[in-house]
Design a protein around this ligand. Structure first.
Ligand SMILES: Cc1cc2nc3c(=O)[nH]c(=O)nc-3n(C[C@H](O)[C@H](O)[C@H](O)COP(=O)(O)OP(=O)(O)OC[C@H]3O[C@@H](n4cnc5c(N)ncnc54)[C@H](O)[C@@H]3O)c2cc1C
Length: 275
């Protein structure tokens, strides 16, 4: 039996449906990221959304290759069957993203989303969502389905260890903000020193990898050389092999498996819809 790719105790929204959003702004906070601000459109999201903070995430529906956007409207339950019922060539592309920041502006929610612009060895941007983030413009339309948060240490008072690669950074920012200065060890890996986020007040240990290194390798070496408190609760997100490797290290150090929340956000060499 293959290893599970995640183990979490999610906090899910009480109500959530597929909703339409428009792109309100696009910026580039650092070399590895595009920041897209999505604005709700008055179709019901405003009445049902409660920002849960931490690593609150959602499913993002992007236009099909022919440019159409046929959304599987309706409640969260059954969204995937409704998606599959859409003709293949008009089916939207679905990817998972985190709300980096949420604010109420005028009569709508605005959500900032930071998308990693990932590239292959030749420098070519790979991935539908990464390409969309580079090309999208204010006024474009997408779909969104609220999923709630993964980070859940509500019943834990011991030390906390947070480990992530760059895809987890938007969530880690939210976690650090929601924990508002509570102590914790954060080990975060990025591909470029300019992608570090200096306003994360948790004072992370930053791992800046070399372009010849595998994602997570440097962080795994660091974790192996670190004394990990077996009383800790641990949160790990990022590339699948990295996440499973980090989980193996912390459990070998004595952290019980049920105190390790982990989620494989992406897998080297695999599109998210082919996992
Ligand atoms: C709960 C959750 C929250 C997430 N939040 C965020 C977020 O806030 N920001 C964010 O950027 N990502 C986030 N991710 C990860 C994101 O969903 C994946 O990286 C997704 O595969 C990107 O889609 P894509 O269309 O760009 O690439 P895909 O079409 O899925 O993949 C194309 C190729 O790119 C590679 N690839 C995919 N992602 C990466 C990456 N990050 N780095 C390097 N290579 C990659 C794949 O291995 C594949 O070879 C989250 C994932 C989960 C499960």
């Amino acid at each position: 039996m293959s290893e599970p790719l995640s183990a979490t105790r999610p906090v899910t929204p009480t109500r959530s449906s597929v909703r339409t959003f428009t792109v309100a702004a696009v910026s580039h906070p650092s070399p590895g990221f595009a920041r897209v601000t999505l604005r709700s459109t008055g179709d019901g999201f405003e009445d049902e959304f409660e920002h849960l903070g931490y690593d609150h995430w959602f499913r993002l529906f992007l236009p099909a290759p022919d440019g159409s956007l046929d959304l599987p409207f309706g409640p969260s339950q059954g969204w995937y069957s409704r998606l599959l019922a859409i003709e293949e060539h008009r089916r939207p592309v679905v990817r998972n993203y985190t709300i980096r920041a949420a604010r109420w502006v005028g009569d709508a929610w605005e959500l900032d989303v930071d998308l990693v612009i990932h590239r292959d060895q030749t420098g070519q941007v790979t991935g539908v969502a990464a390409r969309w983030a580079l090309e999208t413009q204010p006024g474009d339309t997408v779909g969104l389905l609220d999923q709630g948060r993964i980070f859940n240490m509500d019943d834990h008072s011991g030390p906390v260890l947070v480990v992530a690669d760059e895809s987890g950074l938007p969530g880690v920012e939210g976690i650090a903000r929601s924990r508002s200065g509570e102590p914790g060890d954060y080990v975060l890996e990025v591909p470029d020193s300019a992608d570090r986020r200096h306003h994360i007040d948790a004072r992370p240990v930053w791992m800046v990898r070399d372009h010849t290194e595998r994602v997570g390798q440097r962080t795994l070496d660091h974790l192996r050389a670190t004394t990990i408190d077996p009383a800790a609760s641990v949160y790990i997100v990022g590339e699948a092999s990295f996440v499973l490797g980090a989980r193996a290290i912390v459990t070998a150090a004595g952290v019980p498996k049920d105190r390790v929340q982990f989620c494989s956000y992406w897998r080297t060499g695999r599109r998210a819809d082919r996992q």
